[in-house]
Design a protein around this ligand. Sequence first.
Ligand SMILES: [Zn+2]
Length: 407
Amino acid sequence: MLRQVEARLLEAVDDGEVLKLAREMVRIPSENPPGRVADMARYVLSFLEGLGVVARTVEPEPGRVNVLASLGSGSGRAGLVFNGHLDVVPAGPGWTVDPYGGMVQGGRLWGRGSADMKGGLAAILGAVAALVRAKVAFERPVALMFTCDEETGGKLGAGYLVRNGYVSGDMCVVCEPSGLRLIHAEGGLCWMTITTHGRSAHSVLAWRGVNAVEKMVQVLSALAPLQRELGAVRNASGKRVVLSANVIRGGVKVNQVPDACEALLDLRIPAGVDLSAEQVLDRIRAVLADLKMRDPELRVELSHGDPVTPFEVPPDAPVIGLVKEAYRDVTGQECAPWSPREDPPTDDSDLYHLWTAGGIPGVYFGPGEIEQAHVADEFVEIEQLRQAARIYALLAYRTCAKGGGVA
Ligand SMILES: [Zn+2]
């Protein structure tokens, strides 16, 4: 139930302002790669400063700018952290509207980042503006965290900020597009490269060479039983572990024995499966070691990116109940939970860093549909922007305001 003071706070949310923020941010391309987000950071910073909110930037590398701000006094542990990322994936082909035009049509805002996640950023900023206008006094800080590189793994953004102690808090809301449903689990992944090395030769003298492509065939065949075994591992709702060889490159000419070949493999572990990417890497290493023993000619290497381990924030974490209540009080409906039958939206997201490295329990909860992320003709429903801004404002009030009353 909304208290009177809360209803007044929600009236302070300005829908025109939220939409204007979202449009203006869509018009600032912040594609990653290459990852230049300085203009976006400046925009967010100047909006916050215009409200009188103290904000600052943290720039681990030139042009990789994160923005940090805090509502309420004190630099202590925040009662609530709002997170959003400033970068977007490149527009790519296939658009029928200008990806950076900020077009509004049919109750939707169109463009790259409208859903993922400049819409979410606008909802956070709109909520902050309402809290400031309503002159809410805070007992505990509400931390705002705008990161530079979520789309490329978050090492210089959320990962950097959490590991270096810039952000701490009791709970967080990662305002990624979730269609305003609650998501609190994430799958794991690891991208790997297997390289075989051979010896080049003219193919009329092929026996003098070592064929790296044929060696790769041997390697991938030897991995097939492990792929089948992993494919039989499922989470409670039937989603499988996947190890898929998706790219293969090798050879130069039809008449030349290739001296190198590489294969790129994608490992995905659904949320709720008790298996780490490291465990799978160990199994692959064992297969390769075994092959090498049987074939002294085989020269093969495995390299990989940072493994991401699947995780689930406990369903009884207070943040989950609080978001549900705020959703109900703003929309009059029940918030749909994440269902294990569905995919969590992203892997290797900021929530991963906040929870696994920072120990801050959190949820994904934001405007825009997951299916809209990273596609051509991306859009966000303007109604969801309105609702998100109100829900965020209410949540900040209830968790951190004087007299807000933590549930
Ligand atoms: Zn995103």
